[in-house]
Design a protein around this ligand. Structure first.
Ligand code: TRP
Length: 432
């Protein structure tokens, strides 16, 4: 349950719709589903398995499992890579979570009632144009994260988050029902599910792959931790399948809620990262009880993001306190502060730094690409290679404890050949 809570987050509701929109819809969605099932899921199983086998913090778990299989202790670097990836990921995640926080109040105030769709879009553009407002909400979000982590308060919060994931599903379903009543519904459905490969690019392939890892929380060290907490008796395979299924379902529901509104109100699907914040408020302005459901929606999204941010900071803080023997609050303020600083660059990329570009990409786009197109695929590749080639077969077979030999063999085939080759082929084809 906790791992599902970590997987379901901004990635599903904010990122999936916008990358699907930018990359042409149906074909992208199909490739993405394939990446989740054939690459993301086996690597997710591998990461949870390594975590449970190691039974410690990510860095130490990796070292321990490697030594157990007669390999170099240096594999601990793979745990560290996950922590570094979380660092960059959280720096922009927090900015978007801040947007969600701001929109709780915006929606509750009834600001979306009785104005046109165009004005609703402009409201968000105005918000984005103000670096100070963005900085304020990004800071609020990081401060809450730091406070929770430095006092070690997450137990209580994690329990709350477990209630919030079902809540998020419920609201998504209500939104999809609303969207089904709009004239653009069928067009939205077609956009999401009717594949058209004529304009599908190699880059879109990599985006789909990177997003599969992003959304499953793979390769950011957090699944190593959830694995360490997973009971011996629990099945890693069925746990992973449940996570992947619920995660994918929530993303599809978000898409089904958003795209019909996009087409009904003649917005464009490829506006980028602002998509959710420009489309759903139109529904909140129009549907009965919209201010209530809308603010509840952004509140739940904020809590989902908070659960994610805490699970991203936690491994970093654990590692720093272990490694340098500094106190927990100090370590938390230090990492939190640095993450905040890197995040400021991302929020400026939506206004004054928007046109400061390197090879055509602004700061936010660079950090996003660094995480989703480079660090996540690299981490996942190494996890698959380690689990498939370096860990002994006996150890992985024992740890996964699959009821059926064929299932184990299929998993092993996927992590040994399919996942590494797919990542390599996609990344190399782009470097050419
Ligand atoms: N999967 C999360 C989402 O879709 C994002 C994420 C990636 C994450 N790695 C994580 C969340 C580690 C928590 C911990 O929003």
């Amino acid at each position: 349950m906790a791992a599902t809570g970590s997987a379901v987050g901004l990635g599903n509701i904010w990122k999936f719709p916008y990358v699907a929109g930018e990359n042409g819809g149906g074909a992208f969605v199909l490739v993405y589903l394939g990446c989740v099932a054939l690459i993301g899921l086996p690597v997710l199983m591998a990461e949870i398995m390594l975590g449970r086998r190691g039974g410690r913090s990510p860095v130490n778990s990796m070292a321990r499992v490697a030594v157990e299989s007669g390999r170099s202790e240096r594999w601990f670097l793979l745990g560290l890579l996950g922590i570094i990836t979380s660092f960059f990921l959280l720096s922009f995640y927090s900015v978007i979570a801040g947007w969600s926080a701001a929109y709780i109040f915006q929606t509750a105030s009834g600001a979306f009632r009785d104005i046109s769709a165009l004005q609703i879009v402009e409201l968000f553009d105005d918000f984005l144009a103000s670096p100070w407002r963005l900085t304020f909400w990004h800071s609020v979000f990081m401060l809450i994260t730091i406070t929770v982590v430095s006092f070690g308060l997450h137990r209580g919060l994690e329990r709350t988050i477990r209630v919030l994931v079902p809540g998020l599903f419920l609201i998504l379903i209500i939104l999809v029902l609303y969207s089904a009543s709009t004239p653009g519904f069928m067009e939205g459905v077609r956009f999401l599910f009717k594949p058209d490969f004529s304009e599908f690019s190699g880059q879109a392939f990599l985006v789909a792959l990177g997003h599969a890892f992003f959304t499953l929380s793979v390769a950011t060290a957090s699944m190593l931790i959830y694995g360490a907490y997973l009971q011996r008796s629990a099945s890693i395979a069925s746990t992973s399948v449940t996570i992947a299924f619920l995660d994918t379902l929530s993303a599809i529901l978000a898409g089904l809620a958003i795209f019909p509104i996009v087409f009904t109100y003649a917005l464009v699907p490829d506006v980028g990262p602002t998509l959710v914040f420009k489309s759903l408020p139109i529904a909140f302005g129009a549907m009965p009880g919209g201010s209530f459901f809308g603010s509840l929606f952004f509140l739940l999204l904020l809590f989902a993001a908070l659960g994610s941010s805490i699970s991203m900071v936690e491994p970093m803080v654990a590692w720093i306190t272990e490694r340098w023997k500094i106190s927990r609050p100090k370590a938390t303020w230090l990492t939190g502060g640095l993450i905040w600083l890197f995040g400021v660059g991302s929020l400026l990329s939506f206004n004054i730094w928007q046109e400061k570009r390197l090879l055509g990409w602004n700061y936010y786009e660079i950090v996003d690409a660094l995480v989703s197109l480079l660090l996540l695929p690299l981490g996942a590749l190494l996890l698959a290679v380690f689990a498939g080639w370096f860990m002994t077969r006996q150890a992985s077979e024992d740890e996964l404890a699959m009821p059926n030999k064929r299932l184990y063999q299929s998993w092993r085939f996927l992590v040994r050949y399919v996942a590494p080759l797919a990542v390599l082929v996609i990344v190399i084809s782009l470097l050419r």
